[in-house]
Design a protein around this ligand. Structure first.
Ligand SMILES: [Zn+2]
Length: 461
């Protein structure tokens, strides 16, 4: 017994065409016409679009900061919000804390996600404590389906790694076919600028972007890309935000450096005037890197269309305005960094990207699903609509208007950076490996159906 989705418009990274889809078990088993077999459920979706389930490659659910504050969203509310927004797989950042093995980090994150996740979940492993045992542990991680890693060039004294260790990690990643993702900001300079700012009693959130200027990002990007060139290793830059940094990516690509780039909806839609708000309101937008200027926004959209940017993910890291962010009311450097977004990524990019003519519908699929699956080792199991792929399918109504509001969101956080923005994209059905986990009439299925996603290395192993 299967399910037939009838008369929808199928959209992949390269095609748009009208056809029926037959789902059996967890897979798409046929695409064409007259697919119904005895006992099948037929769902008419005439007038709607069928996109592969979104893949958000950058979330932080159930994350505890160094000062003991835990994110507002755990794996239950975070992955439920993902499903509500048409995302069926997330890749969260598991982290090796100082003194731990990578396996201990993975165990911790497996525990956080276990039996709670509404969408499928994979992990990158953030390395914060490089030592002689880590190269062996990296191989072990890949065998367990954690084929990508993360290194921070910022957060001095907590996560930041120095150039020697970065270089060693890059050499090892090349041997293993692993992809390392990088947070590119110069943490030493940021630390000095924070101290300078505090010495002048500049303590409000207004100063957050001033201690993390675009040049701090550009410097780290440039340095990383030379290290990658020296190691002959591919790299992935997370949350790229500035025109300056993008210019160096383009230059490095011309030299032959294999660099992949992610940006986030907030860098495409919001600008740094949000740090001028009354009172403490700007704390809602304290994330790193900070929001930039209109010319950066334009450069990023151009970068997307010129194939310099591969993925758009959210860096969802939600902290409540009251009770979390306000620990930094007298010192912006204490405000927990991060904003929510996993729920609204695709509807925002459809409305303010596709509808405004900035990107095509195919590009939307490429940026929010297909490229992520290819880069992180789950293609074509996920990331496209094809026979044999997981039936991770979102049926979209692109004619339904709604307003983003904190009070109606699924994300378990007391604000949204997109409050009041109108979107014209609504999931009508979401299928996760063939399970109908959302229908517009019935809401979200209450039992979590998410599973761990085992991913391959760049070598295909
Ligand atoms: Zn992040």
């Amino acid at each position: 017994m299967g399910i037939v989705l009838k008369d929808g418009l199928i959209v992949t990274a390269v095609d748009i065409y009208k056809a029926d889809i037959r789902i059996e078990g967890e897979k798409i088993v046929a695409i064409g016409s007259q697919l119904k077999k005895t006992g099948d459920e037929v769902i008419s979706i005439d007038g709607y679009y069928i996109l592969p389930g979104g893949i958000d490659t950058h979330t932080h659910f159930d994350l505890e900061t160094g000062t003991g504050i835990r994110t507002a969203d755990d794996f239950a509310s975070g992955t439920k919000a993902a499903i509500a927004g048409g995302t069926t797989t997330i890749l969260d950042y598991a982290t090796q804390n100082k003194g731990e093995t990578l396996q201990q980090g993975l165990n911790n994150w497996n525990q956080k996600a276990k039996n709670k996740s509404y969408c499928d979940v994979g992990f990158h492993m953030a390395i914060t404590d490089w030592n002689d045992k880590v190269p062996v542990q990296m191989k072990d991680m890949i065998q367990k389906g954690v084929s990508s890693f993360k290194i921070y060039m910022a957060y001095k004294g907590i996560m930041q790694m120095d150039d020697e260790d970065i270089f060693k990690a890059l050499i090892r990643s090349k041997e293993l076919g692993a992809l390392i993702t990088f947070h590119c900001e110069n943490g030493d300079v940021i630390e000095a600028l924070i101290q300078e700012s505090k010495s002048k009693k500049y303590t409000s959130p207004y100063y957050h972007p001033l201690v993390r200027p675009a040049l701090v990002e550009k410097e780290a990007v440039t340095r990383l890309l030379y290290l990658a060139e020296l190691a002959n290793a591919p790299v992935y830059i997370v949350h790229l935000s500035s025109k300056e940094a993008l210019e160096n990516v383009i230059e490095a690509k011309k030299r032959g450096v294999e660099v992949h780039v992610e940006t986030c909806p907030h860098y495409l839609l919001l600008e740094d005037s949000l740090y001028d708000l009354e009172g403490f309101e700007s704390a809602k937008y304290v994330m790193s890197p900070p929001l930039r200027k209109q010319e950066d926004i334009e450069a990023l959209w151009n970068g997307i269309n010129n194939h310099f940017i591969d993925t758009i993910s959210t860096d969802h890291c939600s902290f409540n305005f009251r009770g979390h962010k306000d620990v930094g009311i007298n010192d912006f450097s204490q405000i927990p960094n991060g904003i929510p977004g996993v729920e609204h990524r695709i509807s925002l990019l459809y409305t303010y990207g596709v509808q405004l003519g900035k990107i095509s519908l195919n590009k939307l699929v490429e940026l929010t699903s297909t490229n992520a699956a290819k880069l992180f080792g789950v293609y074509p199991q996920k990331g496209t609509i094809a026979v044999g792929s997981d039936a991770d399918i979102v049926v979209w109504d692109f004619n339904q208007t709604s307003i983003i509001e904190q009070k109606t969101q699924i994300q378990n956080v007391d604000y949204t950076p997109y409050e009041g923005m109108q979107v014209k994209a609504q999931p009508v059905y979401v299928f996760l490996r063939g399970n109908k986990v959302l229908s517009q009439d019935g809401g979200i299925l209450e039992q979590p159906q998410g599973r761990f996603v085992k991913r391959k290395s760049l070598k295909g192993e």
